[in-house]
Design a protein around this ligand. Structure first.
Ligand code: KG4
Ligand code: ZN
Length: 352
């Protein structure tokens, strides 16, 4: 049995996990910094790095003891080295490098995007990743930091079909919550406020979909832009509602705003699935916790007769189980990184 220790510090969650043979999650510990960042209405990179620094050792120790695994039993250390916030990434990466150097463990740097895709296969369905019939696979990774459409092939090659040109979908939800006077993180708050609202009440713009009267350039067919919808909410609150948005108006506004984002995400994901002749669709990342989005994906997948894999909420948001699980394949292939492994902030490579 190969036990891989996974470490994840790309944003504001310090996480460590032990996963056996790339499929059995023996432990998954996540220490969230949400409370620390809440008063600023978003993640403050330097604060995040400081919090990671004090949490990393206890979180790794807890993951090892919860898995009943002494450190000597670990076969390799896998760590997210990008994309993400550099000051945050460096804390986990340096900790992993230190462990690898002192204990002579193989070191495996993991792409955070690819790891998120694995989140949809950690609840006893990892074998689906081995089935050729599920490929090409179209994944939407949607979180506070990213919005990306990724196409994976059965031979392991991965390519980026589209990404956001400005804000990530989660960021658009977080900023909308701030405009509406709701706490951080905004995604769950908007979802709660939207529950009894009318999603068709206000027509917030759907950028880069061809529905705003502007034709979409071919290169942007599968790209996203969420800064327009956020600005539109800002002016709507300021001019139309005079800033005071409460009760039924708040519910309708939140529901309509959420609907604009859900609509764009589902529309683009399923258009990309058709374009790339996908056999299955994956939904993962923090925003994939949203029940409207999950429901819309279920409907679209049923309508287009595509297999659908949605990450369970505990593996939607940042965690290290997905990092340890994805690393197993590289461990088996003996493809390790050297001790000088560096962090990167933006999507660079999609090697699985
Ligand atoms: O994956 P994640 O934990 O961290 C990043 O890599 O960014 O995602 C966090 C994002 C935040 O923007 C948060 O507002 C959003 O996921 N989120 C949600 C929900 N739960 C978390 N968005 C919509 N609905 C939710 N229920
Ligand atoms: Zn993430």
């Amino acid at each position: 049995m190969d036990l891989i220790l996974g470490i994840e510090t790309s944003c504001d969650e310090t996480a460590a996990a032990v996963v056996a043979d790339g499929k059995d999650v023996l432990s998954s510990v996540v220490s969230s910094q949400i409370a620390k960042h809440a008063k600023y209405g978003g993640v403050v990179p330097e604060l995040a790095a400081r919090e990671h620094l004090s949490a990393i050792e206890p979180v790794v120790s807890e993951a090892l003891s919860a898995a009943n695994t002494p450190i000597e039993k670990i076969s390799a250390v896998a760590v997210t080295n990008g994309p993400g916030l550099i000051p945050s990434l460096l804390i986990g990466l340096n900790f992993a490098r230190g462990l690898a150097a002192s204990r002579k463990f193989p070191l495996i740097g993991i792409n955070h995007f690819n790891a998120h895709i694995y989140g949809a296969f950690l609840d006893g369905n990892i074998q689906e990743l081995e089935k050729a019939e599920n490929y090409p696979m179209l994944s939407l990774v949607v979180s506070g930091g990213h919005t990306a459409l990724v196409v994976s092939q059965a031979d392991g090659t991965v390519s980026l079909a589209g990404t956001t040109l400005d804000d990530a979908a989660g960021e658009a939800l977080d900023k909308a919550a701030k405009i509406l006077g709701l706490p951080y993180p905004g995604g769950p708050e908007i979802e709660r406020a939207a529950k009894f609202g009318d999603p068709a009440k206000f027509a917030f713009p759907r950028s880069l979909t061809g529905t705003t009267g502007k034709p979409v350039a071919e290169k942007d067919r599968f790209n996203f832009s969420f800064s327009g919808v956020k600005t539109s909410l800002y002016y709507y609150c300021k001019n139309f509602a005079g800033g005071a948005i409460r009760d039924k108006l708040l519910a309708d506004t939140a529901a309509s705003y959420q609907e604009a984002i859900v609509d764009v995400l589902a529309r683009k994901a399923f258009e990309a699935a058709a374009e790339f002749k996908a056999a299955s669709v994956v939904l993962s990342g923090g925003v994939a916790c949203n029940s409207s989005l999950r429901e819309r994906f279920r409907k679209c997948a049923a309508a287009s007769k595509l297999k659908l894999f949605i990450a369970p909420p505990k593996y939607c948001t940042d965690n290290a189980a997905m990092v340890a699980a994805i690393a197993w394949r590289r461990y088996k292939q003996g493809r390790f990184d050297n001790i000088g492994l560096d962090a990167f902030s933006r999507i660079e490579s999609f090697e699985a």
